[in-house]
Design a protein around this ligand. Sequence first.
Ligand SMILES: Cc1cc2nc3c(=O)[nH]c(=O)nc-3n(C[C@H](O)[C@H](O)[C@H](O)COP(=O)(O)O)c2cc1C
Length: 228
Amino acid sequence: MMSLVTHNKEEATMEFEKVVKSRHSVRNFTDQAVSKQTICEIIEIAQQSPSWFNSQPWKVYVAMDKLLENIKTECSKNNRAKKPAEPDFPVMDRNEWNVRTKANMEKWRHDIVHHLSDFDDTQNEAGLSLYNAPVILYLTIPKNSSLWSVFDAGSFGQTIMLTAKDMGLDTLPNYNSVRFPKIVRHQLGIPDSETLVVGISLGYAKDATPNTHSTGRATLDDVLKFNN
Ligand SMILES: Cc1cc2nc3c(=O)[nH]c(=O)nc-3n(C[C@H](O)[C@H](O)[C@H](O)COP(=O)(O)O)c2cc1C
């Protein structure tokens, strides 16, 4: 884990850049357990994330051991029965996205399918069994929230993922884990007054496919605009 005492600004920046660049989505985890102590450390650091008026709208429900097994079994049953997903946030059809974001998504699919010929992000075995992760951190915000709280939950989620990486763990933020919120709510005791935002799978990466794939990014010109 990165030392909190840094002696040299350049060294600190490089360490940070290394953490940011080495975080990537992991879709195949080892059986190694994650301790409650580790989870507490990650979440306590992530609580430093900024939020609208310091509202801190997020909550984290931890699925592990028997409860996670129950979630996986129940979700898998629904998946196999081809039950339509009912996520708390609506999913927009790929074809309805804006031209630029749609092109990025198509490129991602093209690259990953080229790398892994049997990859299917919605129906592959790994996805259906929730990637064999030993832990899923489910993030919620109050149902009675402003859109700003989604932004806040996103920054909280990213800090969770970077902190986990810094501590030698890997993550996958995934929609697949929130396709059937009723199951997750029931197993984890999440009240109806909270919206299930996303699940972040947490654990240790297997040195195997599909983890060997690394995604690209759009050019800086496409993202960054200076007007003078
Ligand atoms: C909100 C959200 C939901 C996602 N859902 C899934 C998912 O259900 N299945 C999956 O394989 N990847 C999922 N991803 C991971 C993205 O595909 C991934 O972040 C993106 O391709 C960039 O790759 P990287 O995380 O390796 O940098 C999700 C990412 C986010 C932020």
